[in-house]
Design a protein around this ligand. Sequence first.
Ligand SMILES: Nc1ncnc2c1ncn2[C@@H]1O[C@H](COP(=O)(O)OP(=O)(O)OP(=O)(O)O)[C@@H](O)[C@H]1O
Length: 622
Amino acid sequence: MGSGATLVDGVRRWFQRRSSTTFLANNSNNNNKNNKQNKNNSNIVVHDYYDGHVSVSELRAESSTARRRETKAGGEEELTIAEEDFDVSGLNPIKVPLRFHVKAISMETQKKGALETDFFTEYGEANRYQIQEVVGKGSYGVVGSAIDSHTGEKVAIKKINDVFEHVSDATRILREIKLLRLLRHPDIVEIKHIMLPPSRREFRDIYVVFELMESDLHQVIKANDDLTPEHYQFFLYQLLRGLKYIHTANVFHRDLKPKNILANADCKLKICDFGLARVSFNDAPSAIFWTDYVATRWYRAPELCGSFFSKYTPAIDIWSIGCIFAEMLTGKPLFPGKNVVHQLDLMTDLLGTPSSESTARIRNEKARRYLSSMRKKQPVPFSQKFPNADPLALRLLEHLLAFDPKDRPTAEEALSDPYFNGLANVDREPSTQPISKLEFEFERRKLTKDDVRELIYREILEYHPQMLQEYLRGGEQTSFMYPSGVDRFKRQFAHLEELNGKGERSTPLQRQHASLPRERVNAPKDENGNQNNDFERRTAASVATTLESPPKESDCSENSNTAAQNGPNKPNYSGRSLLKSASISASKCIGVKPKQGSEDTIPEANEEGVDGISQKVAALHA
Ligand SMILES: Nc1ncnc2c1ncn2[C@@H]1O[C@H](COP(=O)(O)OP(=O)(O)OP(=O)(O)O)[C@@H](O)[C@H]1O
């Protein structure tokens, strides 16, 4: 594409080039009609899609002016992307089933709700949002849709309960809201606002206002068995474009999976859930301890399945994107491992056993031995595994899924792959500045509940400029001149949850208390030896053992039997031992609770019971 051409031109030409595909012939009239309707009304289009569910798709006709964001110097910087630059009129809208089945609230209930909520407060922020229905539940609370009366927009409001119950959870929330404020990009979900808590020192819940998305990629993949090559290409393009931006900020997402990609019927995708994300600073200690890494196994890079290295690269996210892309193509998870050993087995079944050069680079001895003594497997040709896919897509997919992280392309390189010819345009794929160390200095010290409360409060003030000025001037306000909307929200959410109580899941999922930053190696010791410090010491010790030393008999009693059988000088490299090692590195000492109904997030802690597989793998070393 010529340098002066716009992305719209590119997409259009590209669609024309592929006009032999059926979707244009069959659907262009309807889609153009819908599109026109959107453009003219910039309002709501109702798609009657899925199993009789009516999905309301608000295809935003955002102003074509480029988004702006504040720079560190306090000025404004232009982001050159406007969402509508993607002319997706040639793409079939996708089905976006409701993630959370809530019956529409009856008129009567709505009236009752309105009366009830009006009673509590009528001014300040409280009147700004009219809560509508629950659209999701996560381990941190409930997400409701609402109308922002200032803008008329539909928004999603995430209510996070009892933020400070565990410092680790609060730190995770702080990290997420901070990152989402700093990472502004059309392919990343946007925080629009955070409600001001009623009291600086005593608040417990927070309410984060996001742009509302209709579904997530997990649901989209399940509900759409007629996705076209153009959908696949556009989806992958957006994911890589978002990831390029994230990685140039020196952020690793670390938990990319279909459920963490929000989706709209107009094929727009947005990356969300930065709770496990980390900023990587160049001067960070070389041994970055990622002991809190409990991200979903199915999308986890091989190097994270056996603590191959002590330092990881952004290529871990590229691997996850490869897995997600493969899942789009087949409708099924690519590597649905039951534990880390099974995970590595599935990977090597498809990709073949890694080369001896790749294995030699692995620092963790157990993992290295395990892989080098594995039965040699030949790679399965991708054209055989994905028989109907575009050969260019498969060529790129093979790169994304390179076993050795150094062989995976960066997001930027992937965007320039021939697969995206005609769609990609480097002018529309912005990078950003690395995130300032100052923003994340809290990762390097031990935080108390009060510290993290203050930091979250400070973060919330970013959405309340006047209060922020006051705060920066050293004002000691602990409550506000105008009432916070939070009380009203509490009641609205309680009301909704009550309505929804007889639904599928009446309580939020169990939290995973897993997010104390392990990078913090110089944390000052707490003389009083409180629980968290203890936890940190135990974890650091476990990790040091995992990364630095061969397994010792004393590592655990289960291993000691096998080690004894192996003889005194023969370390145990059985599958069980690898499981143990990965468990330590991924979730040792962490009270990980599985999410209900979510197979892929069964924590490694549970995996040590998978005797059959362990024995099978151990037999390979006999
Ligand atoms: N902006 C949004 N628009 C619509 N739905 C959303 C939005 N953000 C989150 N959701 C939905 O709400 C649910 C919970 O959200 P989210 O994953 O952010 O919560 P969480 O407590 O961090 O969850 P997790 O347990 O996965 O960490 C998910 O199903 C998600 O799809």
